[in-house]
Design a protein around this ligand. Structure first.
Ligand SMILES: Nc1ncnc2c1ncn2[C@@H]1O[C@H](COP(=O)(O)OP(=O)(O)OP(=O)(O)O)[C@@H](O)[C@H]1O
Length: 219
């Protein structure tokens, strides 16, 4: 589903990623962890095709991708409902579009915020809207950058439940960055830990009894 092979990236003269490789099959959930500046976001942006690597190869097995990043890609002049309608509009029309948009707002607790623009919403609400939009397009491959940041325990749990549901029901593949161990543990995601410069330190399941070789490779 996703393969990064020997990826390197230099930004403003600094080597951010050096010879990083990762292989993911359909239905895999992988979480990149590591210190600030290790290059986690850069890797996810390269994997999502948003940033070109200097060296190495990227293979994505589907065109049906979605992402929710820290700088939530919400349209600032549209309301929450209109943002949701916008992402659903290529697939749905009329009443079905409106019903689906409202359903997703409700699932992520945003019904009361339907007429608010992103600038009128809290960081957590913006994050939930961004995640709701990425779920709503039913991607095969989902990229998430700190999806649990700004969310309290309840909403973290709602997002985890939805990821588990979509992973089980339609084998959604997820590559994420997260500093929060608890939701990642609940997801049972494969954890790939990076040192600065994207050197791979370890790649394992959170549960050590179920540790396994991951297909991620170091330089
Ligand atoms: N557009 C850019 N131009 C120049 N340097 C950049 C750019 N984007 C990222 N960097 C630098 O690349 C390094 C890795 O950044 P990145 O955001 O990938 O790290 P990260 O591991 O996700 O960090 P954090 O956990 O703090 O989000 C950092 O030193 C950052 O300053």
């Amino acid at each position: 589903m996703l393969r990064l092979e020997h990826i390197s990236k230099t930004l403003q003269g600094k080597t951010v990623i050096e010879d990083f490789s990762l292989a993911m099959s359909k239905g895999d959930m992988v979480c990149l962890t590591g210190p600030s500046g290790a290059g986690k976001t850069t890797i996810v942006r390269i994997a999502a095709g948003l940033l070109a690597p200097d060296r190495g190869q990227l293979q994505i097995g589907t065109a049906n991708i979605a992402f929710a990043f820290q700088d939530a890609p919400l349209i600032p002049w549209l309301t929450a409902l209109q943002n949701m309608q916008f992402v659903l509009s290529p697939r749905l029309r009329g009443e079905k579009l409106d019903a689906q948009a409202l359903t997703w707002l409700e699932r992520l607790g945003l019904s009361d915020a339907r007429d608010k623009k992103p600038s009128e919403m809290s960081g957590g609400m913006q994050r939930r809207l961004s995640i709701a939009c990425s779920f709503a397009v039913t991607p095969e491959l989902l990229f998430l950058d700190e999806p649990f940041a700004f969310l309290d325990e309840y909403w973290q749990s709602v997002v985890v439940d939805e990821l588990i549901r979509q992973n089980r029901q339609r084998r959604l593949t997820v590559l994420m960055v997260s500093h929060q161990p608890e939701p990642v543990q609940r997801l049972d995601a494969r954890v790939v830990h990076l040192a600065t410069g994207s050197k791979l330190l370890s790649a394992k399941k959170h549960n050590p009894e179920r540790a396994e070789q991951t297909g991620a490779e170091s330089a």
